[in-house]
Design a protein around this ligand. Structure first.
Ligand SMILES: NC(=O)c1ccc[n+]([C@@H]2O[C@H](COP(=O)([O-])OP(=O)(O)OC[C@H]3O[C@@H](n4cnc5c(N)ncnc54)[C@H](O)[C@@H]3O)[C@@H](O)[C@H]2O)c1
Length: 259
């Protein structure tokens, strides 16, 4: 199914040790890109790198994406190892659901740091290289919780909504310099970091899935394929959007159930 649309391109992908980032790493390699994969979990990232070897050429950077230095190292590694940077995919993120009243200010700031500041830091690191090359693609993994409201995800939702707005701004600010910027808004995806959350909902995962328009959660690979499209020249005129990849969840109008 996979074409080699990313031949000759170099990408950074964060959060690459599991879930959407890991699937994107494999997809980008399968499509011909060389990839610098980042994650805070060193052992898992090393293991991912050894599995990636049969797919293509990759390097890793272990570090926390909420630190400017990690983002600078990701970009420097792409330039030093592979000579350029075509796509920076700020994908690392995560959420611990909790009520707003029991969320401390430190927790709120930490949610913003991981799910919003990291997009900005990634862009700050990537833009000088992309501007010098007169081209590049900024990609970010947002969330349905940044488009609509999900009870218990207030700070995460606020961060992701900010990320969607940031990406739109970057698309307009840097479009004249050949840079595109887009976000992807996944629905519920079967990833390591999220399965516990869906299991914890009333009735567990099965009851949750029974309410979804497609009657199932999405797969990390189903986000990775869209990320590869947005990174490719097939999406040359796609910029400034937040693309929902959510099996019609955001298309559905909520209304009371009539007994
Ligand atoms: N799974 C879902 O249902 C879902 C839905 C919407 C959006 N998302 C978003 O998708 C993205 C990927 O998450 P996933 O679902 O694949 O989950 P995941 O937990 O499987 O993967 C996230 C990866 O990010 C890494 N990471 C976390 N904090 C980091 C940090 N500070 N620095 C560097 N790496 C860090 C983790 O170690 C992990 O490998 C996240 O931004 C998440 O918010 C997920």
């Amino acid at each position: 199914m996979s074409e080699r649309r990313l031949e000759g391109k170099v990408a950074v992908i964060t959060g690459a040790a599991s879930g959407i980032g890991r699937a994107s790493l494999f997809r980008f390699l399968d499509e011909g890109a060389r990839v610098v994969a980042g994650d805070i979990r060193g052992a898992e990232l090393e293991e991912t790198l050894s599995e990636a070897a049969s797919h293509g050429e990759a390097a890793i950077v272990i570090g926390d994406v909420t630190e400017p230095e990690t983002n600078e190292r990701l970009v420097a590694t792409a330039c030093e190892r592979f000579g350029r940077l075509d796509t920076f995919f700020a994908n690392a993120g995560g959420v611990l659901p909790r009520e707003t009243a029991s969320t401390t200010y430190e927790m709120f700031r930490a949610d913003l740091a991981l799910n919003l500041d990291a997009f900005w830091l990634g862009a700050q690191a990537a833009l000088p290289v992309m501007t010098a090359q007169a081209g590049g693609v900024l990609l970010a993994t947002a969330s349905g919780a940044g488009q609509g409201a999900v009870p218990g995800l207030a700070s995460y939702g606020a961060a992701k909504a900010g990320g969607i707005a940031l990406i739109r701004s970057l698309a307009t600010e840097y479009g004249p310099r050949g840079i595109r910027a887009n976000s992807i808004s996944p629905g519920p995806i079967e990833a390591e970091g999220s399965l516990g959350y869906f299991e914890s909902l009333p009735g567990g995962r099965a009851a949750y899935e029974a309410q979804l328009p497609l009657r199932r959660m999405g797969l990390p690979e189903e986000i990775a394929s869209v990320a590869a499209f947005l990174a490719s020249d097939d999406a040359a005129y796609v910029s400034g959007i937040c693309l929902p990849v959510d099996g019609a969840i955001s298309a559905r109008l909520w209304q009371p159930v009539h007994e």
